[in-house]
Design a protein around this ligand. Structure first.
Ligand SMILES: [Zn+2]
Length: 277
């Protein structure tokens, strides 16, 4: 079926008090794994492609087209989102490509500049029926330069949403990106205060570092969109490694990409059922 707007998935999840899962597509095989997981779990899923991933492929267009093709061949309810774009032009291009939402990440910009550029991207997206996600209170871990101690202030967050018109807000509540263990402790109290202060759904980045039960607690406290990338990549990569370690004569890519895809699909289906209730 055709892609649905991200708004549809997030609004339904928020109304139901459940989470909206957003998992990262990195290659064609990961798109296949995640779409297969959504079918198996019978839950809606937001497929997201990051600016870093677009850069890896040299362009956003081919992987976006492939992801859309895989999604449209499925009966699952799926949306397409641009993750972590620091390039406002790339965010606009994703809207032009029919993405249901884009994240403009101006967290590293001075506040006034972040507001100005975010509001401009928001206006562009809204004119074309797309949603925009922004981030306030930089979530650490991407380059190791940011401590896990950063927190988003509820009053600042409410003012930022009012000034920019964003539809989703990524908040710093104790998580860090790219964690390969699941021992992060989130500030659940702050999540609840942000939910009460901020009029748009909250997004948790760095969810790979959060254990199952704690993820459910975060959703109960007020998180709606839950981004997971590293954790699922780990399942893919460990399966590939075990196949290659077992037989050094393998040269056919499908012999190890297949098991990697299967492993990612299994864990994505499990996690999707957990997040999306
Ligand atoms: Zn993130």
């Amino acid at each position: 079926m055709p892609l649905v707007p991200t708004a549809q998935i997030v609004t339904a999840a928020a109304a139901a008090g459940s989470g909206a899962a957003a998992f990262n597509v990195v290659t064609l095989e990961t798109a296949e794994a995640l779409v297969g997981a959504a079918e198996r779990a019978a839950r809606p899923l937001i497929l997201q492609i990051s600016q870093n991933c677009a850069a890896f492929h040299g362009s956003l267009t081919p992987l976006a087209a492939a992801t859309r093709a895989v999604a449209e061949a499925s009966d699952a309810v799926l949306a397409l989102h641009l993750d972590h774009a620091e390039d406002a032009d790339l965010a606009r291009r994703a809207v032009d490509l029919g993405f249901g939402s884009v994240m403009f990440d101006g967290a590293a910009l001075p506040y006034d500049e972040n507001v100005r550029v975010t509001a401009a991207v928001a206006a562009y997206a809204h004119e074309r029926g797309a949603w925009i996600e922004a981030e306030l209170g930089e979530i650490g871990g991407k380059d190791g330069a940011h401590a896990a101690g950063v927190r988003t202030d509820p009053d600042e967050a409410a003012a930022f949403v009012a000034a920019t018109g964003v539809d989703l807000l990524a908040v710093a509540v104790g998580s860090t990106h790219a964690r390969t263990d699941r021992t992060t402790r989130l500030d659940l109290d702050l999540i609840a205060r942000l939910r009460d202060a901020v009029p748009v759904p909250l997004v948790l980045h760095g969810s790979s570092g959060v254990a199952d039960d704690h993820l459910r607690e975060a959703v109960a406290a007020g998180i709606v969109k839950v981004n997971v990338s590293t954790h699922l990549n780990g399942h893919f990569t460990r399966a590939v490694r075990s196949v290659l370690d077992a037989d050094e004569r393998i040269v056919d890519l499908r012999r190890y990409l297949g098991p990697g895809r299967d492993a990612m699909a299994d864990e994505a289906a499990r996690l999707l059922a957990l997040i999306a209730g």
